[in-house]
Design a protein around this ligand. Structure first.
Ligand code: FAD
Length: 400
């Protein structure tokens, strides 16, 4: 039986208490545009991230570490955190995941020790706010068609130009992992693969826009980055080597993002299912609770089936990760596709069960539906997941 063990349940109870005490009271303010970073900082303190990062850096300095945090040896903890955060605020979970998971972890895993110490640690502890930027106005699904360039202007010197959009945390980011295509004088433009640079707010020519207004995920600021001849040095090139394969880095990030989204889906489904069940028992029409009507029961049953399927996917992922089994990008894509569609469907059913109240802000299910819809777009759209699954199937057949 794949399920949480007693230790995980205790940790989950601790997360729930923190969320009840520290996040829930700030939820309305964050949804109204208050940046989530002060609360995120408290969360990193509760998780003891500063101490863990310091230990990791000490090990790295002794040549013993690969840049992975000790918490990752138990992937159940990160999953439980994403699930619990998403039960309260998927937007907060998104902003937290983008800062630590996308930006901080990319620097810790791929950066040199100096880069890990200079930027990775600060981002992981929320001393600095991090973002990870690949999407551009003219390239999203086809991210590698990016137009942002890093022109090499001397030994270890680059000039970056271009723009990024839809970047989580960008409006407030201090440390920005930005992908750009390397341009070398005398070589055909576009002949070199993109490279990741770690840039900092305050560098001349770098600016960000104000938070974009969006349908959901209001607790997660999203915005643009503008690069006008930003001068960077080799110290800003992630890994400090031009040969560092950025495509591989990005595929790793996509895989992590796609599996991580399943955790958010489980949190959202559990929350709206609990709310719907309670509402269906409490709400009466024609003298009976609506839960007694089979048309309502059918919705609850389908929501429960989605919850079971998504939980099984999450548990299988965690079992694989704990046992060192690598899941393919295609499998991660299949899981993301299933989980995100199921989550949007469940949220729509939850609104239906709540009737007119479901359409009102006071009842949270409409907010979860708006938040859930993003998960079918960010980290690769549904259509892109389908393409990855089909292409892998055609190339490799059934794996097992
Ligand atoms: C709230 C939010 C936060 C985000 N955070 C980040 C972030 O932190 N960092 C970052 O780099 N990016 C981020 N993104 C960007 C996100 O990853 C992209 O929006 C997403 O990959 C889709 O790209 P696009 O918006 O350019 O859509 P497009 O690529 O223009 O796609 C438009 C439509 O066409 C479809 N389509 C495109 N190509 C094909 C094809 N070959 N076959 C079939 N259908 C196709 C798509 O599926 C979609 O339905 C964020 C986006 C949002 C909305």
């Amino acid at each position: 039986m794949f399920d949480w063990n007693d230790e995980h349940k205790q940790i989950r109870a601790m997360f729930r208490q923190f969320i009840r005490q520290e996040i829930a009271p700030q939820d309305d303010a964050m949804e109204a545009g208050e940046p989530p970073y002060a609360v995120m900082r408290k969360l990193t303190e509760m998780l003891g991230i500063r101490e863990r990062v310091q230990k990791m850096l000490d090990r790295a300095a002794r040549g013993e570490s690969s840049g992975r945090l000790a918490s990752q040896t138990d992937p159940y903890l990160a999953a439980l955190l994403a699930i619990e955060l998403s039960r309260q605020s998927p937007g907060f979970a998104l902003a937290f995941g983008a800062a630590l998971g996308l930006c901080g972890q990319t620097i810790l895993r791929r950066g040199t020790l100096a880069q890990q110490q200079r930027w990775g640690a600060a981002v992981m502890c929320l001393d600095k706010i991090g973002c990870w930027a690949i999407t551009e106005p003219d390239s999203g699904s086809d991210a590698f068609a990016m137009r942002t360039t890093a022109k090499k202007v001397g030994d270890g010197r680059y000039v970056l130009s271009g723009s990024k959009t839809f970047i989580t945390n960008a409006p407030y980011a201090d440390v920005l992992v930005v992908y750009a295509k390397l341009v070398i004088p005398g070589e055909e433009p576009g002949s070199r693969p993109p490279q990741a640079f770690v840039l900092e707010r305050g560098m001349p020519g770098l600016s960000t826009g104000k938070p974009l207004e969006k349908m959901g995920m209001h607790s997660s600021p999203t915005g643009e980055i503008f690069l006008e001849d930003v001068e960077a040095t080799r110290e800003h090139l992630l890994g400090e080597r031009e040969s560092e394969p950025a495509r591989g880095q990005v595929v790793d990030v996509f895989k992590g993002e796609r599996t991580g989204v399943a955790h958010m889906c489980l949190g959202i489904i559990e929350r709206v299912l609990e709310d719907s069940l309670a509402y269906a028992k409490a709400r009466h029409t024609w003298g009976s609770p609506i839960a007694s009507y089979q048309l309502v029961q059918e919705k609850l049953a389908r929501m429960m089936i989605a919850r079971s399927n998504v939980k099984n996917i999450v548990m299988k992922q965690l079992f694989a990760e704990t046992n060192g089994v690598d899941i393919s990008l295609a499998e991660a894509s299949a899981q993301k596709l299933y989980c995100t569609r199921a989550t949007t469907d469940v949220c729509l059913e939850a609104i239906q069960i709540h009737g007119g109240n479901g359409y009102m802000r006071e009842y949270q299910v409409e907010r979860f539906m708006r938040d859930a819809k993003l998960l079918q777009i960010g980290g690769g759209t549904d259509e892109i997941q389908i393409l990855h699954v089909a292409q892998d199937l055609i190339a490799n057949g059934l794996a097992s």
